[in-house]
Design a protein around this ligand. Structure first.
Ligand code: NDP
Length: 490
């Protein structure tokens, strides 16, 4: 195995949190080989056995919650309380995936229709084999586990390459799994930089890649996967919009908006970045938002910017917004690396970087709109489409707006609530990626449908798939199909 190492650092203090191997292509080769064997063993266990072990892993994770939260805090800088919340949500997803895998994926009979009257159709979802998970640093437990838990529950082995900023968390997640499943390395962690991840996704034995990170890196990962026709599920961040309708509860909307934008220092793929407020309540909402923002402090309510390079992106967006818009809160002085204070800017042009590009920082742009339709049109005019929020007291209008929002998930009168519901799928459209984690769709994402049709008896007088077929066989079929499908609907 490799001897080269790299350090993970506490972004708030610069202290070394841990030292980890820079795994090479040769290491990847060995680990994927072991994963293949482990995948065969894991897939051959009964669903009840897998469920029992996954629920045991859930218990182990829960009992190590405080230790893990401290490690997340050390590697990302986020408050221990936020790290704890992330683990709590992860535990609920793991529980759901373990308990529902058999129901969602297990063998079932399907209706074979009149033409297939003599057949029995069965469908089941089989494991893929080895799933590679490329994880991000912003939620180093919750986000990768959204793929890992569902892939394991679907009967796959997992090789996880965490971000180079949070390797310790990844290593610990895999170590804790081995407490529940000591027999085979069903869940392994490889550490290293981008090259380690690149070697992993290029391995032809990897049956699927689950990627979370930037759109640019997703393109590189997909290009590598194209060589082997390896399928990918990609979650690439967003530029989520928050819409405030004329009848919204303004205090609740401002509270949710602020938390959605500033928690985790804005380093949330489904964080609030753009706010569209209907004219009638615009002034009241902005007053409420800025009053509340004045009480939020970087370093107290949220942590530092985890990835040092991101500070320059945030600074560029703030400078651009301040130059073209009207400052409500903060300003260029908000950037005190590694911390960034809250920044709210109004009336920034819709084609500026602060409105178009993912900022991944504690900043919001706010725009007044004529009505809620204009708010939705502006919200939808983005290359991204991950999540979004609507605050309105009109349940029917909110549901209609949510449906027409071009995104994978929308929360109504709450913030990011969809992520806490394990049965709801999570993923985006456009530059936000494709495929889904979480829920039944998330389980099926890591399985292949297997369709089987069994003939129970020969269909009398309709011997279609044989060279012994006569004109009368076809005539009977045409008559049957015309009877079934030939009637026009008016
Ligand atoms: P990247 O997309 O570069 O990295 C994401 C993951 O991919 C990391 O684990 C990284 O490993 C890995 N990786 C990098 N290159 C390759 C490769 N060629 N093959 C396989 N894996 C690779 O994101 P960054 O962390 O650099 O963040 C950049 C931006 O991405 C952020 O500013 C933010 O806008 C967005 N982002 C979005 C996230 C989301 O939740 N959707 C999460 C994180 C970032 P390593 O860290 O070792 O390079």
């Amino acid at each position: 195995m490799t001897t080269l190492t790299f350090d993970s650092l506490n972004p708030a203090t610069g202290e070394v949190v841990g030292r980890h191997p820079k795994h090479t292509a040769a290491d990847v080769d060995k680990v994927v080989g072991r994963a293949e064997e482990a995948a065969r063993w894991w897939a051959a266990l009964s669903p009840a056995e897998r469920r029992r072990r996954l629920l045991d892993y859930k218990a182990v994770l829960t009992r190590h919650m405080r230790e893990l939260a401290r490690l997340v805090h050390d590697e990302t800088g986020k408050p221990v309380a936020d790290a704890t919340l992330e683990i709590v949500l992860t535990v609920t997803h793991l529980d759901w995936a373990a308990r529902n895998a058999q129901k969602v994926l297990g063998r079932r009979r399907v209706n074979t229709g009149l033409v297939g009257l003599n057949l029995v159709g069965t469908l089941e979802y089989l494991p893929l084999g080895v799933v590679a998970v490329i994880g991000p640093w912003n939620y180093p437990v919750f986000t990768p586990m959204g793929s890992i838990a569902y892939a394991l529950a679907a009967g796959n082995a997992v090789v996880f390459k965490p971000s180079e900023l949070t390797p310790g968390v990844g290593v610990r997640l895999a170590e804790l799994f081995a407490e529940s499943v000591p027999e085979h390395p069903v869940f392994q962690c490889l550490t290293g930089l981008g090259e380690t991840g690149a070697a992993l996704v290029a391995d032809p034995r990897v049956a699927k890649v689950a990627f979370t990170g930037s759109t640019a890196t997703a393109r590189r990962v997909m290009a590598a996967c194209a060589e082997n026709l390896t399928p990918v599920v990609a979650e690439c961040g967003g530029k989520d919009a928050f819409i405030v309708d004329a009848d919204a509860d303004i205090a609740a909307a401002a509270d949710a908006c602020l938390w959605g934008a500033l928690s985790n220092a804005g380093q949330t793929c489904v964080g609030v970045e753009r706010v569209y407020v209907v004219d009638a309540v615009h002034d009241a909402f902005v007053r409420e938002l800025s009053a509340r923002a004045a009480r939020v402090r970087a370093g107290e309510h949220y942590g530092p910017i985890t990835m040092p390079g991101q500070v320059e992106v945030i600074r560029r967006h703030i400078d651009d917004a301040v130059a073209t818009g009207k400052v409500v809160t903060g300003g260029p002085g908000a950037v005190r690396a590694p911390y960034v204070d809250p920044v709210i800017v109004e009336d920034v042009p819709e084609d500026s970087p602060a409105v178009r590009e993912e900022t991944f920082g504690p900043t919001i742009t706010v725009r007044r709109t004529h009505d809620v339709q204009e708010a939705l049109d502006l919200a939808n005019a983005s290359a991204y489409g991950l999540g979004g929020t609507i605050f309105s007291r009109n349940t029917r209008r909110a549901a209609d707006l949510a449906r027409r929002m071009r995104s994978g998930m929308t929360a109504i009168n709450s913030i990011i609530s969809f992520a806490a519901v394990p049965s709801l799928p999570f993923g985006g459209v456009g530059d936000s990626g494709f495929g889904r984690i979480h829920g039944a769709d998330g389980l099926r994402e890591f399985a292949r449908p297997k369709a089987v049709s069994r003939q129970r008896f020969p269909m009398p007088g309709m011997n279609i798939t044989s060279f012994g077929r006569g004109p009368a066989d076809l005539e009977r079929l045409v008559r049957l199909v015309t009877l079934m499908h030939g009637r026009r609907k008016r």
